[in-house]
Design a binder for this molecule. Structure first.
Ligand code: DHB
Ligand code: MG
Length: 221
């Protein structure tokens, strides 16, 4: 494994496609200044999300785990004018950074940052019977992943695409005996996706500036 080579390739693609524009660079520096953990998706992964959202013609996107709003900006770009992103964040400090970043990006009118426990926010949306989402991105606390699936499916319709970050965890996901709560959460989540009726799913491993991890990609049929 050559992690420095993975990072070089990410830098090459980021430069080639001009992925780190001034708005996103400013989100990264604001997040650093505010001491947020540097665990946002890479530029290449963020653009991948935007491309999926555009390709699905998704107009309503749900994000679980906002952090500083880096991935949120890609999602908000993907939905285009008239589209909406609802993003759920537990930490008030993270939500504040995200709101500032969204203001600066000029996309704040497309995004609703819902602060609070995502499990509660999801339950509330299910109870309210909100319009189904076209695309869902899960990138929050890993031990909580299994409990996101049921409400997310209730907030979906046939054709809704679901993407979840960090489902490989440096390969630790294959360790059935792991006592790491994050790995256990991811394994349980992946198993529930596999067992869910009507979900077609796969896992794509990723390497790059974020090390070795993976994305789960699924569509509700
Ligand atoms: C962690 C969380 C993430 O969402 C990620 O992309 C990488 C790492 C973490 O909690 O360690
Ligand atoms: Mg992540």
């Amino acid at each position: 494994m050559d992690e420095s080579l993975w990072s070089k390739v990410d830098a090459y693609a980021t430069d080639l496609f001009g992925l780190l524009d001034p708005v996103l660079a400013s989100v990264v520096s604001r997040s650093e200044e505010e001491d947020l953990p540097a665990i946002q998706v890479s530029e290449c992964q963020g653009k991948f999300l935007e491309i999926l959202v555009r390709g699905c013609r998704a107009k309503r996107v749900l994000e679980v785990g906002t952090l500083g709003g880096f991935s949120t900006i890609f999602l908000a770009r993907g939905v285009g004018p008239g589209g909406t992103v609802v993003t759920l964040e537990l930490e008030p400090r993270h939500a504040a950074v995200a709101r500032e970043s969204l203001r600066e990006s000029g996309l704040e009118h497309r995004v609703e940052v819902r602060e609070g426990d995502a499990h509660e926010s999801l339950s509330r949306m299910v109870t309210e019977g909100v319009e189904p989402f076209d695309f869902v991105f899960i990138d929050a606390e890993k031990s909580g992943y299994p409990r996101y699936l049921d409400p997310v499916l209730r907030l979906s319709r046939p054709g809704t695409m679901l993407v979840a970050d960090n489902v490989v965890r440096r390969g630790e996901v294959v360790d059935a005996g792991s006592d790491d709560p994050d790995v256990r959460g991811i394994r349980e989540f992946n198993a529930r996706v596999a067992a869910a009726p009507g979900l077609e799913a796969t896992i794509l491993q990723t390497v790059g500036t974020k090390g070795h991890d993976g994305l789960l990609i699924a569509v509700l049929t």
